[in-house]
Structure formats: structure tokens, C-alpha cells
Design a protein around this ligand. Structure first.
Ligand code: ZN
Length: 299
């Protein structure tokens, strides 16, 4: 038991280190590529910039979803100025990670900063907001659902339970039939589970299915880290992938395998061809996900 706790703590620490290791050198060029998804919706990407940023143009101003790594707030704002003369009024964060929220501190302090309530709690633990006297910290929060604006400008925010963290917001643009899913569906790959911020390997499949069943009339998904959108059917498939992955992990643990031994045996099921065949080192790699599951099953 004690060993499990220590191992879990080490893995959590490894995850934090891995997340912190993502930002590139501060002087690396910050080049943003723009994809126009709809007349009033863009996705901003950048090599080493971190998570995908959505830019939604409304009558009242610009709503931004996620602000990338440290130093990327200004480049995002500069790029928005090329797209529209409208002011930025709102920044929504999908979750607490540094590659999605660090750019917040470069946005005007007066705009509305919105996040799920657990994400605000997680963000309060991050040094970057203390270093900037709270600028960029979430001001307005929601628990399960919140609507901002109406008609063509409406945005629906949902929280369906833990997965990547315990504060993963689903940001829906109903008029456009598009959702920004953040890192609970970062890409077609073994999920990223941040146990230290309340993420749940055991729960992610259910949470993904609740989102699939609970959000209506969506065609396309802006994922946390993909170069192009995925479909609503992909979300269902991803929920199934995670359900089967957890079942496999449970059978390996039941057979007495260590997380490391089980991880070494993992093969991507053939029906999920096209998914990332390897697992990144973040959050302890696949062994870290298996350990997270083992820890959750002991609770
Ligand atoms: Zn993340």
C-alpha cells in the first residue's frame, strides 16, 4: 500500500516535470498557423506552442479558448489583430495545464477569464499566476453547465466528470456545430491522465460517453493537440478505445503484472489503426496510466 502511494507520488511528480519540460526556449520563434474553420471561427496552432487555440468572433468581441505555453499570449493577440479589429473580451481555458493556460498572463487583465471550478482551484496552485499578481486567473467559473451569449454567438460550457484532469471543460459553439474538447480528447492515442490534478483513468471512458450523449448537434471536434479536427463519431470510438484499454489494464493487474511489465506487452488493437502506436513519456507513459488506474481501484 505504502509503496503504491510513494510510486503514485513519484509518477505524479514525473508527470509535472514532463509538463514543465514542454515549453521551448523563450527565444525560439513563435510562429502561429491559422486555420479558418468557419467565417467566425479559427484554430491557431504553433510548433511547440502547446494546445490548440480557438478564436471565435462574436458581435461583442473575440472569445479565445486556451492560450498556449508561456510567451505565446502576445503572439496569439497579435495574430487575432490580423483577423479582426474586434477586441478580445473573453478567454476560456479547457483545463489547467501550462501548455493551455500560461499565455493567459499576457492577455488584458480586464477581460473575462472563464474555467470549470476545479480548474480554477488547480490554476491557483500554479506559480505563473502568482508571479503575475493573479492576472489571467479564472474569474468566472461553472460546475456542470454554463451558457455565454446567445444566437449565433452562443457558447455552451459543459463538465461531464473527470478524465484528463478533474476540470475538463467542453466548449461548444452550437451555431457552428463544433466543440473544443481540450485534452480529454487531445488526439487519437492513449489518454493523458494527470492524476495529480484529479484526472481519472478509471473514469475517462464514461466521461467521454457522457459528453457524446449529452452534447447534441455537433459535427466536428477541435482536439487539444491534433493538426486537424476529428468527428463526433471519432469521440464515440475514442470512448470505446478507452473502455477497452481500461479493461485490458484491469486484466493485466488482476494477473499480477506490474504496470511496467504490462506496459511492455501493450499492442495497439488492430481496429484502432491510425491511433498513435506509442505512448508519450508525459504522466509516466503507459505504465503511469496503469499505476493511476491501480491507485484508483484501491480507493
Ligand atoms: Zn493537458
Amino acid at each position: 500500500m505504502r509503496r503504491g502511494i510513494v510510486l503514485g507520488a513519484l509518477l505524479a511528480l514525473g508527470g509535472l516535470v514532463a509538463v514543465k519540460a514542454q515549453p521551448p526556449a523563450a527565444n525560439a520563434p513563435k510562429v502561429i498557423e491559422v486555420e479558418k474553420v468557419k467565417d467566425n471561427l479559427y484554430v491557431l496552432r504553433g510548433a511547440n506552442g502547446g494546445g490548440n487555440t480557438a478564436v471565435f468572433l462574436t458581435a461583442a468581441g473575440v472569445v479565445v479558448v486556451d492560450a498556449k505555453n508561456p510567451g505565446w499570449g502576445k503572439p496569439i493577440l497579435d495574430k487575432i489583430k490580423e483577423l479582426t479589429p474586434k477586441p478580445v473580451t473573453t478567454l476560456i481555458n479547457t483545463h489547467t495545464h501550462g501548455d493551455h493556460v500560461s499565455g493567459n498572463v499576457e492577455f488584458p487583465a480586464t477581460i473575462d477569464f472563464v474555467a470549470q471550478e476545479n480548474t480554477k482551484t488547480n490554476m491557483e496552485k500554479m506559480p505563473i499566476f502568482k508571479e503575475h499578481n493573479g492576472v489571467g486567473m479564472a474569474k468566472r467559473t461553472f460546475k456542470d453547465k454554463m451558457t455565454i451569449g446567445k444566437g449565433a454567438d452562443q457558447i455552451d460550457l459543459y463538465y461531464f466528470g473527470p478524465g484528463h484532469t478533474n476540470g475538463d471543460a467542453w466548449v461548444v459553439f452550437p451555431a457552428l456545430r463544433i466543440v473544443h474538447a481540450g485534452d480529454i480528447f487531445a488526439s487519437k492515442s492513449v489518454p493523458l491522465i494527470d492524476a495529480a490534478n484529479g484526472g481519472s483513468m478509471l473514469g475517462i471512458s464514461d466521461t467521454l460517453m457522457k459528453a457524446h450523449n449529452g452534447i447534441k448537434n455537433v459535427d466536428a471536434i477541435i482536439n487539444g493537440h491534433t493538426p486537424a479536427q476529428t468527428t463526433w463519431a471519432d469521440l464515440k470510438e475514442y470512448a470505446d478505445f478507452n473502455k477497452e484499454l481500461v479493461a485490458w489494464m484491469q486484466s493485466e493487474l488482476k494477473a499480477g503484472k506490474t504496470p511496467e511489465a504490462a506496459a511492455a506487452e501493450w499492442k495497439l488493437p488492430e481496429k484502432y489503426t491510425g491511433y498513435a502506436p506509442t505512448v508519450g513519456a508525459n504522466f509516466g507513459g503507459l505504465a503511469g496510466r496503469i499505476q493511476a488506474l491501480a491507485n484508483e481501484m484501491k480507493k
